[in-house]
Design a protein around this ligand. Structure first.
Ligand SMILES: [Zn+2]
Length: 381
């Protein structure tokens, strides 16, 4: 039985077994750098935090002691988490982290530095980190998170121990939603497919009719582009949907974080904030504000991922591949598109969506990218 700290990490038995082994033998020393790889939604960052908590807990991850509670609330003094609010990680952010790593642990034997989205480091920042990985102070453990090993420089790759997270099957995610969140089975299966096994996204679609509505509107808007002028209209519509989706998600997450902070600080009545809690709440609010830009970008990327699923479904229909569709409830509309176009045209559209994702992540102006994409997705040439 894995320690309680791992219980929220669903379907990652192999990764957990490897990490628990490291925790078990921590007295003989822990490897100083780890890389958690897996697609967004596979729980990379949660896995990193659970590993850090397990290393610092006397029981190896009891999930209830003070050390575990602080770690899970993101308040443990010996765990530094670098979360990117910007598109790229700056060299200053890495320098600060490297400096902080020198301090060693205050409560326990380890000091743990987590870099979420380590793939957002430019080469210059990577080189600063590399120096730190070459001469690690005793007790320092670095945990990097990235979609894949290929996202890291080879020099960094060679120094990290890699833990690969799996993407759970659609059925497994649906089962989790039924068991854990009490979602009705047919809805759970539908949203698990639509979220392409992204657990957080699946739960959100399952619990928010608004989120489901926005997803459907996004896809329907794509299917209705039949001219350049309607393409421009659709592009504006997508950006508006992305903004509303990002706002809703930010509001939910901000509220959860605030509630968690107040709980950890022992504030019972959120309306009457005691003076000792004010600075921490203010700091949280500031960091939430800084995160807002990044979340619009994530909202646009979600739209692009949904569009990829739409045209992949079309391609599967055109090739008559007997595989489950992501967007089963749009089958009639997708059959229409499949019959009116060729697989070559669909492949072109898929390539255009991938190109748009690359351009968004490279900081090209949102509107320009989405306008160009919409024009290329129109049904009539
Ligand atoms: Zn504990």
């Amino acid at each position: 039985m894995p320690a309680p700290i791992w219980r929220e990490l669903f379907g990652q038995g192999d990764a957990i077994a490897q990490l628990e082994l490291a925790v078990k033998h921590r007295d003989e020393g822990v490897h100083h750098a780890w890389l958690m790889t897996g697609p967004p939604g596979s729980g990379r960052s949660n896995m990193a935090v659970a590993f850090a908590a397990a290393l610092l807990c006397a029981e190896g991850g009891c999930a209830t002691c003070r050390s575990c509670t602080l770690a899970m609330a993101g308040n443990h003094p010996d765990i530094d988490v670098l979360t990117t609010e910007k598109v790229g990680i700056s060299i200053e952010e890495i320098r600060n982290l490297v400096t902080s790593a020198q301090l060693g642990g205050s409560m326990g034997r380890f000091r743990i530095m987590i870099i979420e989205d380590a793939d957002r480091m430019a080469e210059r920042s990577s080189n600063v980190l590399l120096k730190a990985l070459e001469e690690p102070p005793a007790g320092t453990v670095w945990i990097l998170c990235a979609p894949s090993e290929a996202d890291m420089l080879p020099t960094i790759r060679s120094r990290v121990r890699r833990i690969a997270l799996k993407t759970p099957a659609v059925e497994e995610v649906a089962e989790l939603l039924v068991e854990r969140d009490g979602i009705e089975r047919s809805l759970a299966i539908k949203v698990a497919a639509e979220a392409q096994s992204h657990i957080g996204m699946a739960r959100r679609l399952a619990t928010s009719a608004d989120a489901r509505g926005r997803r459907r509107d996004t896809l329907m808007a794509a299917l209705e582009i039949d001219s350049v002028s309607s393409a421009i209209f659709t592009s504006e519509r997508w950006l508006d949907l992305a903004r509303r989706d990002a706002d809703a998600l930010t509001a939910e997450r901000d509220a959860e974080e605030r509630a968690e902070l107040l709980r950890v600080m022992g504030v019972e009545d959120a309306a009457k904030l005691p003076p000792y809690a004010r600075a921490d709440v203010k700091a949280l609010e500031d960091s939430q504000k800084r995160r807002a830009t990044r979340s619009l970008r994530d909202g646009i990327d979600r739209i692009l991922v949904d569009l990829l699923s739409l045209y992949r479904d079309v391609l599967m229909l055109q090739l008559d591949a007997q595989v489950p569709m992501v967007n089963e409830d749009l089958r009639t509309q997708l059959l229409g598109i499949a019959n009116r176009s060729t697989p070559q045209q669909t492949l072109f559209k898929l390539a255009q969506i991938e190109l748009a994702r690359t351009r968004i992540s490279a900081n090209v102006k949102d509107q320009m990218v989405m306008d160009a994409l919409a024009v290329n997705l129109r049904t009539k040439p």
